[in-house]
Design a protein around this ligand. Structure first.
Ligand code: KG4
Ligand code: ZN
Length: 344
């Protein structure tokens, strides 16, 4: 079964051809440079860039897969969560192609894609590792921070989520304050590696005392801002590594603490981690240490590029939706749902 998958939910125009869990081709056009000077993603610019690129990205994905549209069985498309006017570009294109080539459409939740990104295989079917339900999924991207119980295929239960900023967003905002540019996560990671003391500045770990599994990062950002304002220019320069490191440390402590609580509450010791922040090597180490404590396992997306947004993960999630006949025909109207949530 060949699936052509499209994702235009945020600032990457991505199209993939997948077959079951295997990626045959995966083309990503990143708009990073376009948004860089604004320090974040501007929806109207994102929409225009998706419109300009979508056809060529589709052509390239098919070409790389050595397949024509006739050989595609389903068209999968992200319908949320994401930026409304960006999602619309992908949905309209999916409908246009489905009508032209008489294909069914599989609408996919982007967050389900991030969860399935940990199970994506290369074109040779590696890694072979099969599903061993249940899992806890930690989704940490620029727009989302969620702890999800992944009980079985397409059976998701949100255990906790952020009440304000996402983990990646917090890192991006801190980086902007520190003058490190966008995206902030990688810049902070690099500086933190050079810092002498991870706990140079002890920021309070958000939501530590709360009994639920929710997160909150906006207060932490404010704490950094207030402290930063007390510094003179020379101190701002001399403390930058330590501040980046202390901020990152606090964000990660919060992620670790809630994940550990979720492991204890559910008894689930297998963890899957998706979203851009999962690219952080230090966080990966912390999560490995955590699961080792509970004789568990942690899985990250195999390929480096799979930690960001990509249509390959959408195509793989779509395969499991197709098994459940969760597709519609080309004439069915598909509404984008910018705040779509994961449910069973
Ligand atoms: O999943 P993603 O590529 O896009 C979406 O938001 O959907 O995630 C982007 C986020 C950004 O906030 C970025 O700063 C963060 O992931 N990020 C990182 C790293 N690489 C990207 N955060 C920490 N360490 C990294 N190495
Ligand atoms: Zn994403």
């Amino acid at each position: 079964m060949n699936i052509l998958a499209i994702d235009t939910s945020c600032d990457e125009t991505s199209v993939a051809v997948t077959s079951e869990r295997r990626v045959i081709s995966n083309v990503i056009f990143s708009q990073m440079l376009l948004h860089k000077k604004w320090g974040g993603v501007l929806p109207i610019l994102a929409k225009r860039a998706h419109q300009e690129r979508i056809d060529s990205v589709i052509d390239e994905a098919l070409k790389k897969a050595h397949l024509s549209m006739e050989k595609i069985d389903y068209i999968a498309v992200t319908y949320g969560p994401g930026l409304a006017i960006a999602l619309e570009v992908g949905i309209e294109k999916a409908q246009e192609l489905a009508s032209k080539y008489d294909k069914k459409i599989i609408p996919v939740n982007h967050m389900a894609g991030h969860i399935y990104s940990c199970f994506v295989q290369n074109s040779n079917g590696n890694p072979k590792r099969d599903f061993e339900f249940p899992y806890l999924a930690l989704l940490i991207s620029g727009g989302h921070t969620e702890l999800v119980l992944f009980k079985n295929h397409l059976d998701f239960k949100i255990l906790g989520q952020t009440r304000d900023d996402a983990a990646g967003e917090a890192l991006d905002k801190a980086a902007r304050l520190l003058g490190l540019g966008y995206p902030g996560g990688p810049a902070i990671e690099r500086l933190a590696e050079e810092a002498g003391n991870r706990d140079y500045r002890q920021f309070p770990v958000p939501m530590r005392a709360s009994k639920d599994l929710d997160f909150s990062f906006s207060g932490l950002k404010t704490a950094l801002l207030y402290y930063y304002r007390t510094l003179d220019e020379e101190q701002k320069v001399s403390q930058i590594k330590e501040l980046a490191s202390s901020f990152q440390e606090t964000v990660f402590k919060s992620l670790l603490q809630k994940t550990e609580t979720a492991m204890k509450q559910t008894g689930v010791n297998r963890l899957v981690v998706g979203g851009g922040v999962a690219a952080n090597q230090y966080l990966r180490k912390l999560l490995r240490n955590l699961v080792n404590k509970y004789n568990g396992e942690v899985y990250f997306p195999t390929f480096k590029y799979l930690t960001g947004d990509n249509a390959a993960m959408i195509g793989v999630a779509a395969y499991y939706l197709a098994q459940e006949k969760m597709y519609v025909n080309a004439l069915t109207s598909i509404t984008r749902v910018p705040r779509l949530v994961l449910t069973k």
